[in-house]
Design a protein around this ligand. Structure first.
Ligand SMILES: [Zn+2]
Length: 340
């Protein structure tokens, strides 16, 4: 069995986990209702009272948070946070738009507080430990400079809470994801010999093209592990192809940046573990909004239980997934989401 960053949480008994989720859900609903005008209005309109939500199963009584409704709110009120901001703006550590290029019209703006960042850092530490990262390892992480993901590596002297590099003792090399960066990723990898790279599939292909130009095999760069950070769940076939090409162990990290969701598969590679002490994940039929059964494919809906900046409740994502609640051989009790 591999190492676990936070065994008391990651391997917690299901009943205990359900209790915590219920407690956090009630607390978070109360928090957003009294601070976020969008949610106050949405819940008033739906006729559901907070007292009606007594446990996790009652969550589906609440309407879904849809991107188009948030965009309409932004247009109507002129509020760039679409009525979701729950703290004074000067308490935000960072504000960012969607991970899309070019920026779409009426983009969803997300704000994170230092406390939000601290929780995401813990999630990333759990993920990196699932990938077998050890203290002293050098890792390459490719992301846009403005992405919150980049901020997870920034040292505490710049912020308040510790970074993932500080708590894990790793050496991060952060690089920008642009086509021109692939030769730079290559040179840095040859020089510093990172054992792990976090990148998306297209950047990795650009990197493979650089290897071909220089006439070396991708495996000669020496990555032992590759984490493919994507906005969707990759199929087993896709991750296997990358693994075969690079002769490396491959994990898939799903990123839903606007709800601070970074989930990954463990060393058993049987779906992406959802940190249920921080999120409630549901799978719904996109057309009807109704929940589908475990093992059936639908769209992923995420409720954020920890965020203080711009939390979202029952946020309908574009990610297709199916739910697996059976125990995982890695010893973690948190459920998993799998590709279609
Ligand atoms: Zn597992």
């Amino acid at each position: 069995m591999g190492r676990i960053w936070s065994p008391q949480i990651e391997s917690m008994k299901r009943e205990q986990l359900e209790e915590i989720k219920t407690y956090l859900l009630k607390k978070q609903l109360n928090y957003v209702y009294h601070r976020a005008p969008f949610y106050k209005e949405l819940y008033k309109k739906s006729g559901v009272k907070l007292d009606d939500i007594k446990n996790i199963n009652d969550l589906e009584k609440l309407p879904l948070t849809k991107l188009k409704d948030l965009q309409a709110e932004m247009k109507q009120t002129g509020d760039e946070y679409s009525g979701r901001l729950c703290v004074p703006e000067n308490e935000l550590l960072a504000v960012y738009g969607p991970n899309q290029h070019p920026m779409p019209e009426n983009p969803l703006i997300t704000g994170i507080t230092d406390s939000d960042r601290n929780t995401i850092v813990q999630h990333l530490a759990r993920n990196l430990m699932m990938a077998g990262v050890y203290s002293g390892d050098t890792i390459q992480s490719l992301c846009w400079a403005w992405e919150p993901f980049n901020r997870l590596y920034m040292a505490a002297n710049l912020l308040i809470s510790p970074s993932v590099s500080e708590i894990l003792g790793i050496i991060p090399i952060t690089l920008e994801i642009i086509t021109l960066e692939a030769p730079r990723t290559f040179s840095t990898a040859r020089l510093l010999k990172p054992s792990l790279i976090i990148a998306d599939t297209s950047h990795l292909m650009q990197l493979a093209a650089v290897c071909q130009q220089i006439k070396i095999l991708p495996e000669e760069l020496g990555y032992k592990t590759i984490i493919l950070k994507e906005q969707r769940i990759l199929s087993d076939k896709e991750t296997k192809e990358v693994g075969d090409r690079w002769k490396a162990k491959v994990h898939n990290m799903l990123e839903v940046q606007d709800n601070m969701f970074y989930m990954m598969d463990c060393e058993k590679h049987k779906g992406l573990h959802i940190w249920e002490d921080a999120f409630i994940a549901e799978i719904v039929d996109e057309k009807t909004g109704e929940k589908v059964g475990d093992g059936e494919a639908g769209k992923l809906v995420i409720t954020n239980l920890f965020a203080k900046g711009t939390p979202m409740i029952r946020y309908l994502t574009k990610v297709t997934a199916k739910m697996d609640r059976t125990p995982c051989d890695c010893g973690r009790t948190h459920s998993r989401i799998k590709p279609q």
